[in-house]
Design a protein around this ligand. Structure first.
Ligand code: NIG
Ligand code: FE
Length: 416
């Protein structure tokens, strides 16, 4: 097993030294970001072997990196993405500039249905190639763990195609990847007047085969007026649970309609989007273990309003941040930009956004015990920054890539 020592680290961020794992960070505690100045980090094989102040730095390793002036972070944990998709939707981008809304485009058969048509006509190999390139890019921006959803297939065959691509990405990229089945992303055109039949297809044809092949970890439903009702969502969540798939639910993007309550009732791992949330829903979340996951680059891109992050955190909730990388509402998988938006548009502090994008993101895909902090025995998924003056500089310098090297499972990925 080879060892890698990173020494003279200006700031080793998000350290985790207690006997019990640093758990999901809630409310006021999100302002606290443990870190060690002038530190070292020792990696053995694919794990973090040791870390601490430079005065305790070992003097030998197979490879040594001097990180003077640079910082080291655990990789970003992006707990919500749809990065297996075909092509793009730049024409809809232009339509929106010309005045059509995201919901209007969806109602006309564009949006998700547009992406589904493209994906159905794309081979598994081509899809894999496109998704692989996207992963290479986000890795260079510091992402080391990601959840990826299906949902642009909307037929048994095409949903399986996406989920198989996700499985192949696990071996090809080395990133920690969780797969979510989102057959209930939109009602396909051919089921427009027979919604119940599509829900039946999801539950009785797609789910059993996906579960039999072990292709998904979670189940998702787009619970929204333009997509699935609360009743349909409940039906699908219950069916997923029978196969051991925990729910992670798209809800409250445009309307408060009970999506949070039904998700909490079924012990969802996360509820995602939450551009609109009312007090009753906040109270409901406070009774649960469900993680509110905010995706600010979606409202940025479709020019909508941002989730009330302050209200959620000030109420004592844990918040996770993720990209939502997809062709319609967020054609970008860059976590640092999400962090900048969360600071600028949602008044979260730099410490809060880093907690939300590391440890809380890890818990929102059940990777909290192996990822999301610098802890002995955790996976060596870290990135080394360029020389930066402060932690706040990461969200401050929006658009820049301040990551110099990403290390996944102990393997260095140099910048090209
Ligand atoms: O999370 N809201 C639902 N699904 C995706 C976007 C879908 C699309 O427009 O392709 C989202 O924003
Ligand atoms: Fe999404």
């Amino acid at each position: 097993m080879s060892s890698l020592l990173i020494k003279n680290i200006k700031n080793l961020v998000q350290t985790d030294e207690n006997t019990s794992h640093r758990s999901l960070v809630r409310g006021d505690a999100m302002r606290h970001l443990p870190s060690i100045e002038n530190a070292f980090l020792l990696i053995e094989g694919d794990e973090i072997e040791d870390f601490g102040a430079m005065e305790h730095c070992p003097d030998r390793a197979d490879e040594i990196i001097d990180a003077s002036g640079k910082m080291v972070f655990p990789c970003w944990c992006d707990s919500h993405s749809h990065l297996v998709f075909a092509g793009s939707r730049d024409q809809e981008f232009v339509d929106r500039i010309n005045g059509l809304s995201y919901e209007e485009i969806a109602r006309r058969g564009g949006g998700i249905l547009n992406s589904a048509r493209r994906l159905q006509d794309t081979s598994e190999e081509e899809l894999l190639e496109q998704a692989y390139d996207r992963i290479q890019e986000i890795r260079s921006f510091g992402t080391g763990a990601i959840e990826i959803k299906s949902g642009y297939g909307l037929t048994l065959e095409s949903e399986l195609k996406i989920l198989r691509v996700i499985q192949r990405l696990k071996t090809l990229t080395g990133l920690a990847i969780k797969a979510t089945f989102l057959g209930a992303h939109a009602i396909p055109q051919s089921y427009k007047n027979k919604r119940a039949e599509y829900v039946d297809l999801v539950i009785n044809a797609m789910l059993p085969q996906i579960a039999a092949e072990g292709l998904a970890d979670y189940i998702d439903v787009f619970c929204e007026k333009v997509a699935f009702s609360v009743e349909e969502t409940a039906q699908i969540i219950k069916a997923g649970k029978k196969y051991g798939l925990k729910p992670k639910i798209h809800t409250n993007q445009f309307n408060c309609m009970g999506g949070i309550q039904i998700s909490v009732e079924h012990d969802a791992l996360s509820v995602d989007h939450l551009e609109v949330v009312n007090d009753e829903e906040i109270a409901c979340l406070l009774t649960s273990n469900t993680i509110p996951t905010l995706l600010p680059s979606a409202p940025f891109f479709i020019n909508d309003h941002y989730p009330p992050a302050r209200k959620l955190i000030d109420a004592g909730l844990p918040v996770a941040l993720a990209t939502d990388y997809n062709p319609g509402s967020t054609p970008s998988g860059r976590m640092p930009f999400v962090l900048s938006l969360a600071c600028i548009k949602m008044s979260m502090s730099p410490e809060e956004v880093i907690n939300a994008a590391t440890i809380n993101g890890a818990y929102a895909m059940e990777l909290g015990e192996s990822h999301g902090t610098i802890r002995k025995g955790k996976k060596a998924n870290i990135f080394i920054t360029k020389k930066i003056p402060s932690i706040a500089y990461i969200p401050y310098a929006f658009g820049s890539n301040l990551v110099e090297k990403t290390i996944i499972n102990g393997k260095i990925d140099d910048k090209v």
